[in-house]
Design a protein around this ligand. Structure first.
Ligand code: SF4
Length: 366
């Protein structure tokens, strides 16, 4: 359990965000909770209609597309649910500069203008300097570069921003401290409070957008959704010039065979997403290829505004697909870009590959 008093005593904005996430109901929370608890047989359709209206109103017909690029599968962490955990026996490697160039070129050729760079927890093989060098490399090629890696200090986030990183994704995984302690078996990620404050540190450092999420399936989904909602609201209040987005990763099969202790059904996942859209109408909501084509097709534009497509969760997956086949998790939607975009257009939605220009990066960035 994090020491709430300890967090509360720290007089910084980042500590204030953590305190609010833990102790204070957020504006609109009563409505949010009522939507989460509504009977889906009676209310889901109404919620879907309302969510679609709000999505149209705030985002038009645009669905922004991106893809992850796994830089390395080294990890010092022991997350019980992850195929990259340090006790998994599969081969480890990282991409060297020429390989990163090849991956980025393969992704550009597929049409991507934004990339999400991923690594595990810090290791000597894939540390902060390695990540920083790869942000610089990606920023030379892509218009938008975001990162999903380990929690960093404000000074490190500042360096990432200066190198061209505009967004950081960092999921708390579970907001339930007991579940958190159970599934994060060793390593720096066991520090719940340090992770909870990291998104605020990134925004404090000038990173433009932060992506939050809970790994659905680890703990009671309603409690997780409420804690996530509070975290979003607290960040939006303290860092109102920055952007906050919300993802809905749901546990998928991985090499270690982890079984979700609190499985979330398709209906419940949809209800959570719709509740977020109704209560946070202008917050971008993200859905990855972890989910099935049918579910993704149904939720595109109904609340979801940003989606990954044609994702490879292996290291070197775009340019050397057959070489290292153990991914972080199983991809469920394996459609190629043309097929996916055709589906979006058929629904009257516009696939968007570029919604940020490298020229907007502040002076001093790469
Ligand atoms: S979730 Fe991240 S930190 Fe945990 S084992 Fe996987 S790669 Fe490592």
């Amino acid at each position: 359990m994090p020491d709430h008093q300890d967090i509360a005593d720290r007089p910084t904005a980042t500590a204030a965000v953590a305190t609010e996430t833990w102790t204070r109901p957020a504006p609109g929370e009563a409505q949010f909770l009522a939507l989460l608890r509504a009977d889906p047989a009676r209310e889901l359709e109404n919620m879907a209609r309302r969510a679609q209206q709000l999505t149209r109103q705030h985002f038009g017909r645009a669905i922004t597309l991106y893809a992850p690029l796994y830089l390395a599968n080294f990890c010092s962490g022991g997350c019980a649910y992850c195929g990259f955990a340090a006790d998994r026996p599969h081969p480890r490697r990282r991409l060297e500069p020429a390989e990163v160039t090849a991956e980025l070129a393969a992704m550009k050729a597929m049409g991507f203008e934004q990339v999400l760079l991923l690594t595990g927890e810090r290791t000597p093989q894939a540390d902060f300097d390695y990540l920083l060098a790869n942000v610089r490399a990606a920023a030379r090629v892509m218009h938008e570069v975001t990162v999903e890696a380990f929690p960093m200090t404000v000074a490190e986030y500042r360096q990432l921003a200066a190198a061209g990183c505009t967004g950081v994704t960092l999921y708390q995984e579970t907001y339930d401290p007991v579940s958190y302690a159970q599934w994060h078996r060793w390593g720096p990620k066991r520090d719940y409070a340090a992770r909870l404050e990291a998104p605020a540190r990134a925004l404090e450092a000038g990173i433009r957008t932060i992506g939050l999420g809970a790994l659905l399936g680890l703990a009671d989904p309603i409690s997780e959704a409420v804690a996530l909602y509070r975290h979003v609201c607290a960040l939006q209040k303290h860092y109102w010039r920055s952007g906050v987005s919300v993802s809905f990763p749901r546990l998928r099969p991985e090499a270690g065979g982890f079984t979700p202790p609190a499985p979330v059904s398709d209906t419940q996942l949809a209800q959570i997403i719709l509740a977020f859209r109704i209560c946070l109408p202008d917050t971008p909501l993200v859905l990855s290829t972890r989910e099935s084509p049918a579910l993704r097709d149904g939720l595109a534009g109904l609340g979801i505004t940003r989606m990954s497509v044609a994702s490879r969760t292996t290291v070197g997956g775009y340019s050397q697909a057959a070489v290292h086949a153990t991914g972080q998790f199983a991809v469920s939607d394996e459609r190629d870009i043309a097929t996916f975009c055709a589906m979006l257009r058929q629904q009257g939605l516009d696939p968007v590959f570029k919604n940020w220009d490298a020229a907007y990066r502040v002076a001093g960035e790469a």
